[in-house]
Design a binder for this molecule. Sequence first.
Ligand code: SAM
Length: 256
Amino acid sequence: VKISDIRLARRVARVVPPWLGGQLQRAPARLTFGLTGPFNGQQRRVEAVRSMFAAIPFGAVVETGTYRALTTRFLSRLTGAPIVTIEVNADYHDYARRRLAAFGSVYPLKGESPAVLTLLAADAAWTSVPTFFYLDAHWLDNLPLVDELLVIVSAWPEFVALIDDFRVEGDDGYGYDDYGPGKILELSLLSPPEPPEPPELTELAELRVFWPAASSRSETGARQGYVVLATPGTMADRLAELSELRAGGTLAQARH
Ligand SMILES: C[S@@+](CC[C@H](N)C(=O)[O-])C[C@H]1O[C@@H](n2cnc3c(N)ncnc32)[C@H](O)[C@@H]1O
């Protein structure tokens, strides 16, 4: 199966209604090019995430973009920490809520991700523990990623954020999302040339950047790229020890 077919299948999946998508997701991963596995069916990615959770005792997990809760369910098996998953589409939210009913400590919330993150940010129970964010709410014209990150850096002293569908520096074999000018999921979106525009982006400058160490050729499923951002100190130091990740310095250093 060609990677372009898999990417086409992902695009088609966006218009499949939740009830039908749910039936399809019961199909074994080998019959769906791996797309019915968590993290776009990417095994190397799953290994990297497992390592991050083994290295860091995350006290909370927050996912933006629930869709059909496939990765949410995987994450809830991986950790006993409470999980919030945020979805703007009412149908997907309702569907995911039912799929997650039997999963303890998982809280599906409906709304625009930056607004819901702002609510969580006001609650010390969520912000006072090292938190793993899976930022995957990019599908629509409105790209919430920068707003999500600005809320997160302003409130969480310790976090790791995995951003999906991101252009991987040094490996063009990974796919990434491109919604037009100023809306490409790549480093320039988070770390533009001086002076940063919007100026709040300076708040992201000291975050540490990590890339997948695995070559895109060894990845499975949709082979979408990702980047991991971590707060300096314990979070970044622990990630720096993992063989599944390749350290890329600070966001400011990564500026090109
Ligand atoms: C790629 S899918 C998420 C896939 C899911 N994380 C998984 O791994 O199975 C993107 C989802 O984000 C949702 N979304 C898009 N923009 C959003 C926003 N601003 N706030 C919350 N959810 C959003 C879409 O409706 C869609 O369900």
